[in-house]
Design a protein around this ligand. Structure first.
Ligand code: HEM
Length: 293
């Protein structure tokens, strides 16, 4: 039976470090994968494999591709595609940091660090703008349906495709706006978390309304805030049974469907982006059959 990496479906922990890694020049991709396969997955780790690693071993995973930058009027969502992606979560920032160091040390012969983002849970699961994030996430069986691959065969079933983006906020700009104007950027009330009937078409929840897409664009979002007083934002994470839902929502946010860009872009911009396949587990280890191992 196919097993999904546990932490994909687990609740958001207090802290998570997200790491993107590039394959070192000349490193043997097959040996790198064998090294990963020998490492035990655990409750608090999600591992994702990027297309550059697949290219290095001359294999393809159906549905896995490199994140292609998206541009709209005055908007760019850049790609910073890496070969490998890791999410390490826990309750204690120090303990998570040390686990990250151990992972990096284990794979150091093969991979170098491209991006590291230390994230934390804010209050009941808010973005740093103060708005609750994750309200419309699918639950239970619907979450499994949206996020987990099924019916594709061994090595794929139980896996998940994850899209990530680091966003940098300009909260000073947001805070200069009157509260109702802020609410209209998001399309929900800051105090009530209620959807606002009179929100403009640019409001984020109108751009991203999953049920309004044909077919519906459900995804399982597990984003978390990051940063310090000087620089901060949201590390966006969305798991899907393919990248289709994410791509369609992102295109609408960029105004590619109707020329209307997302209200969020008034105070935030994406500075990184990548696509990864999170393989299923077999007997406590990563099941890399889809990769020919
Ligand atoms: C700065 C970046 C972002 C912030 C601060 C943000 C914040 C939010 C908030 C506050 C909500 C409303 C509550 C909820 O249902 O979760 C929401 C909804 C949603 N967001 Fe985002 N978001 C961001 C980027 C994105 C991106 C890049 C995507 C996908 C491409 C996305 C997809 C969605 C979806 C699908 C919903 C639910 C819409 C619905 O069906 O009602 N978001 N987001």
């Amino acid at each position: 039976m196919a097993h999904t990496q546990n932490d994909i479906l687990a609740p958001i922990p207090r802290v998570r470090e997200f790491i993107s890694l590039g394959l070192r020049p000349g490193a043997d991709g097959v040996q790198a994968l064998q090294k990963l396969q020998a490492m035990k997955g655990n409750q608090c780790v999600v591992l994702g494999i990027g297309e550059p690693l697949m290219r290095a071993v001359g294999r393809e995973i159906p549905g896995l591709k490199t994140f292609v930058p998206v541009s709209g009027a005055g908007v760019t969502f850049p790609s910073t595609q890496s070969a490998l992606w890791l999410s390490l979560g826990g309750d204690d920032a120090g303990e998570v940091l040390h686990r990250c160091r151990q992972w990096l040390a284990c794979v150091d012969d093969f991979f170098h660090l491209d991006e590291e983002v230390a994230c934390f849970r804010y209050d009941i699961g808010r973005d740093l703008s103060g708005y609750e994030d994750g309200t419309e996430n699918p639950q239970g069986d619907k979450a499994l349906q949206a996020a987990i691959v099924s019916g594709q065969g061994p090595g794929l079933d139980g896996g998940s495709f994850v899209a990530i983006q680091k966003w940098v906020h300009d909260l000073g700009r947001l805070e200069k706006m009157p509260p109702h104007a802020r609410d209209h950027l998001v399309g929900r009330g800051h105090e009530t978390n209620e959807e606002l009937a009179d929100a403009p078409a640019s409001a984020h929840v109108k751009r991203a309304a999953q049920e309004r897409f044909e077919p519906a664009a459900f995804m399982l979002r597990k984003s978390m805030p990051w940063g310090n007083a000087r620089e901060h934002g949201l590390y966006f994470v969305a798991y899907g049974n393919s990248f289709s839902a994410f791509e369609r929502v992102l295109h609408r946010m960029a105004g590619l469907d109707d020329g209307i860009t997302d209200g969020l872009l008034q105070f935030s911009r994406a500075v990184s982006g990548g696509f990864y396949f999170c393989p299923p587990m077999q007997n406590g280890r990563y099941d890399l059959r889809a990769l020919g191992l």
